[in-house]
Design a protein around this ligand. Structure first.
Ligand code: BG6
Ligand code: BG6
Ligand code: GLC
Ligand code: GLC
Length: 917
């Protein structure tokens, strides 16, 4: 009995002494609570530095956005392939995620070796090998005939800009294949897979193992929002608020951030706690100076740390009687599994002896106790450091959620955590001590990270299918060069039909003579009134032209034309116009003045002289009764008479394109074309009289108002019209009419966009499938909104705000789609308009028998002026389709009122030749 007690006493004393000895030797490795709190605070700072745009480039903790935005919700389903590369084992898997919310996942997997010559050889060989393993797996499982989406778990730091792409920042752990760093890993693998002609695999997601782990655990526990790996390497990810992630646009919801905490300390911030052993280990590693935090923690390094410590202790005579075995000198001889075995509760000491003997040592009892304690100190430090960093993440999560207490789950994986007997307990305890205001559940990922990766792939696969459907819709708006050339050709033919007496009656492009036969020459002078009706604004103007100096002064006032007047009776409309004139004269102090008037009337009118114009048909938003077929100049005169307050001499009626041409021609005599890309779309140009069969005479030129908006009304461009164009047409005031205008002008582009959005929403591809009242409202997308949405300077968030202003509650993804829809619609409009213009300039070039034509186009209209890309695309298209024409574009700054006044001046002069100086 006594002997037993004596033995026990002896053993306890021996143990105490050894522990004390080791503790003394390794005192620098034992971290106090204050130190841990300090490290926790430092890591919090690192996280912030990594998240902020300006500090990220130099931050050592990279905080990489993963583009994983939500944890699984149980709706995931399908069959997926999965690769798991970068942990201690390389696996290929098939994952079947069950349908109908049963939350069942079936996996079949196969491990493949990763020999050093492969993982440290040539990058292309590494990926060829991975693809070969996948092919082998598919062969064995009879999957080759299937097209399957693949999720790649790739456990290295990758910079992602989308889910299916990742540029390797640097290799870590045991890998060091050449030619992969700074390149996209997914492309490498895709290229390698292409060599297998019988495989059809689409890599939809690249996920870090931490992310896979978090998602795996979240499938079973929706509280899981952190993933931690303590295996070969160490790392963590967590769900961060989008508003805190500077590197990714948008502020809605959350995104998983792969912290890559292994690199914590790479900037020297942990030098105070690193020991000589850490430094030595680092120097002998594949990546010196890198992953310094990881090298104090993870499985690849713990055994080596222990070996270096034992070597030093032996050298100092503190172990093995100063003897060293040659095996103890060999790098990597002690592995983490040895450390774990030595720390086993009961058989630990026996294991220690066995391991030391295997290393060629002859350890005493005291040596075994000391070595075991060395292991404990090293593992304990590892768990403490992990706990400090994890505590920082948990605190951040709690603060993000503004909670006094956080209840959360951390998904865990990695061999060190799994096989080390005390590690989990120690980690949990320290975490709870460091963050007493968090209730943390640690959930072990039983099935590795691939189950989670399959969830991510499932979501990606759904998104991809949706994307495809969106692209199909947008593709309808993408015109090929051939299609544009075809439009150009048809427009050219229509221009000719309109000019010819025989074909004119049936022509859709009316080619209306305007009786404007020359450009202003600078001799015009006088004081004129002008009206400008038919664009976005109705204006009354006073225009004073001085001869010689080409100087024009203008005074104008914008008046509203209420919808009920636009679509009321003709009398009401013209009475209203006259009322506005009266107000203007009053406002200008010109009551009773008798002035010549030029009337810009932006609708198709058949003219027989400059002051006569019969309205062929209303276009755009006007539909006043009893006007079509009437001379609108007469209607205006009668309205003036009805008012009986003043007399005006209506000298000219002018289309806005013509007004624009004159306005611009006043400055640039080379200007021979007037273009409006505004509420409506139209063009006029100077044509040779000999080509205008409707007007007598062959000498000189006359301006032709093409009214090209009606192009296509005979169905000739139906091949490029979409169902959305048809819907817009059917809902318009003039169904079947102005088909080209309805594809190219401001009044309709927003409507086309709205129709597409309605369709996409009905398909469940937008706005969560909910069609709001606003979306049902005609006309919500005015040109100015389209222009804003498409501005390149605008961040996604601002797009979202515009949509919110329009009453459309969109997510960031919705905003991206809306912007794309707007882009597709406006691009097509600009191209079509360009094709039309190309037809005209080419005609002018050929008519004049020129090799090369230089010509200027005067342009006006809100679409052209406000839209960020319309004018550029239009010009590019003209250049492309009419390469032999050198077309300059000048913007009409003063509107067409000025041009109308100039025409009035000329007409007035012709009326009263005796007035000439
Ligand atoms: C596995 C995961 O369970 O754990 C891997 O499936 C991960 O994705 C690995 O990399 C981490 O642990 P270890 O110890 O294998 O590096
Ligand atoms: C104005 C002209 O500047 O532009 C009008 O003065 C013309 O005559 C108008 O109708 C066209 O653009 P929008 O966008 O107002 O229809
Ligand atoms: C290394 C890798 C990291 C990975 C971790 C665990 O730290 O850089 O991406 O998550 O190991 O495998
Ligand atoms: C409509 C009108 C046309 C006008 C154009 C631009 O197409 O029919 O006359 O020029 O809009 O405002």
């Amino acid at each position: 009995m006594f002997a037993v007690h004596l033995m026990a006493f002896y053993f306890t004393k021996l143990k105490e002494d050894q522990i004390k000895k080791v503790d003394r030797f390794l005192y620098h490795m034992r971290l106090s609570d204050e130190t841990l709190l300090d490290i926790m605070a430092r890591f919090r700072g690192e996280m912030e530095r990594g998240l902020a745009k300006d500090t990220n480039p130099t931050a050592s903790v990279k905080m990489l956005p993963t583009f994983v935005r939500a944890i699984p919700d149980g709706s995931e389903n399908g069959e997926f392939l999965s690769l798991d590369l970068g942990g201690s084992k390389f696996r290929v898997l098939k994952v079947q995620v069950s349908e109908k919310g049963k939350r069942q996942v079936q996996m079949e997997s196969q491990f493949y070796p990763t020999p050093n010559e492969i993982i440290r050889g040539n990058g292309s060989e590494l990926f060829d090998y991975v693809a070969d393993c996948l092919a082998d797996f598919m062969q064995t499982k009879d999957l080759k005939h299937k097209k399957l989406p693949l999720g790649l778990t790739f456990s290295f730091p990758c910079r992602q800009t989308k889910l299916e792409e990742g540029v390797l920042i640097s290799w870590t752990k045991k890998f060091k294949a050449r030619g992969v760093q700074d390149t996209d890993v997914v492309s490498h693998l895709t290229n390698a897979m292409k060599k297998h002609k019988d495989m059809d695999v689409d890599i939809l997601a690249l996920v870090n193992d931490t992310v896979g782990t978090m998602m795996t655990c979240a499938y079973d526990d929706p509280y899981c929002e952190v993933g931690v790996i303590i295996g070969t390497g160490t790392n963590a990810c967590y769900m961060e608020d989008m508003s805190n992630i500077d590197l990714v646009e948008g502020d809605e919801g959350r995104m998983c951030i792969n912290t890559e905490w292994g690199a914590f300390g790479d900037d020297g911030s942990l030098e105070d706690i690193r020991t000589e052993f850490d430094r030595e280990l680092d120097l002998g590693s594949l990546n010196p100076g890198k992953q310094l935090f990881e090298k104090m923690i993870s499985g690849l390094y713990l055994g080596e740390l222990v070996r270096l410590i034992l070597l030093k202790m032996a050298r100092d005579g503190l172990l093995f009687g100063g003897e060293k075995s040659s095996a103890l000198h060999i790098k990597g001889k002690i592995e983490t599994r040895h450390v774990a075995a030595m720390e086993k509760y009961k058989e630990g000491l026996a294991n220690t002896r066995e391991i030391l003997v295997d290393l060629g040592l002859e350890p005493s009892e005291a040596d075994c106790i000391a070595v075991q304690h060395v292991c404990t100190v090293v593992s304990f430090r590892s768990a403490n450091l992990c706990a400090a960093a994890l505590a920082a993440i948990l605190t951040r999560l709690r603060e993000n959620k503004k909670l006094a207490r956080l209840r959360t789950t951390v998904g865990m994986d990695g061999t060190l955590y799994k096989i080390h007997p005390q590690y989990p307990k120690c980690l949990h305890k320290v975490v709870r001590k460091l963050v007493p205001n968090c209730d943390v559940r640690f959930l072990l990922s039983e099935s590795g990270s691939t189950k989670g990766a399959a969830m991510v792939t499932a979501v990606a696969s759904r998104v991809q299918a949706q994307r495809k459907r969106i692209d199909q819709v947008l593709a309808l708006f993408q015109l090929t060069r051939e299609q544009l050339v075809d439009v150009q050709g048809k427009m050219r033919a229509e221009l000719e039909y309109g000019l010819k007496r025989k074909t004119h009656p049936l022509a859709t492009v009316k080619m209306l003579p305007t009786y404007v036969c020359g450009m202003p020459d600078g001799t015009e002078k006088g004081k004129f009134l002008a009206l400008d009706l038919g664009g976005t604004n109705f204006r009354v103007l006073l225009v004073k032209i001085r001869s010689g100096r080409r100087s024009v002064r203008m005074y104008n006032k914008i008046f509203a034309i209420p919808l009920e007047i636009m679509q009321g009776t003709g009398e009401e409309l013209f009475d209203h116009i006259v009322q506005c004139i009266a107000d203007f004269l009053d406002y200008m102090g010109l009551k009773g003045a008798q002035l010549p008037l030029g009337f810009t009337f932006s609708f198709p009118c058949r003219q027989t002289s400059i002051d006569k114009g019969t309205l062929i048909g209303w276009t755009k938003g006007f539909k006043a009764t009893d006007c079509e077929g009437e001379d609108v100049v007469d209607m205006l005169r009668e309205a003036i008479k009805r008012r009986n307050e003043f007399d005006l001499d209506i000298v000219a009626i002018v289309n806005d394109t013509v007004g624009t041409l004159m306005t611009c021609g006043y400055e640039d005599p080379n200007c021979e074309i007037g273009l409006i890309a505004g509420t409506g779309s139209n063009m006029c140009y100077m044509e040779e009289m000999r080509n205008i069969e409707l007007v007598e005479g062959d000498e000189g030129k006359m301006c032709i108002n093409t009214e090209w908006g009606g192009f296509g009304d005979n169905g000739c461009i139906d091949d490029i019209r979409t169902q959305y164009d048809t819907e817009v047409d059917e809902g318009s005031l003039n169904p079947g009419k102005q088909r080209y205008e309805k594809m190219t002008s401001g009044m309709y582009l927003g409507e086309i966009v709205r129709q597409i959005l309605i369709y996409l929403t009905k398909q469940g591809l937008l706005f969560r499938g909910q069609i709001s009242e606003r979306l049902r409202t005609r006309g919500i997308f005015e040109t100015k909104f389209l222009s804003q949405i498409e501005s390149d300077r605008l961040a996604l968030l601002q797009v979202r705000r515009i949509l919110q202003q329009l009453g459309l509650d969109s997510t960031c993804e919705d905003s991206i789609v809306v912007k794309e829809v707007c882009g597709a619609v406006s691009r097509r409009a600009a191209q079509l308009c360009g094709a039309g213009l190309a037809a005209v300039v080419e005609k002018r070039r050929e008519d004049q028998g020129l090799e090369h034509l230089r010509i200027t186009v005067g342009v006006d209209g809100t679409l052209y002026k406000l839209h960020p890309h319309f004018s550029r695309i239009l010009q590019e298209t003209v250049k492309e389709l009419a390469p032999r024409c050198d077309v300059a574009f000048v913007l009409s700054e003063d509107g067409s009122g000025k041009g109308a006044a100039l025409i009035t001046a000329v007409a007035k002069r012709l009326q009263q030749p005796w007035n000439e100086n």
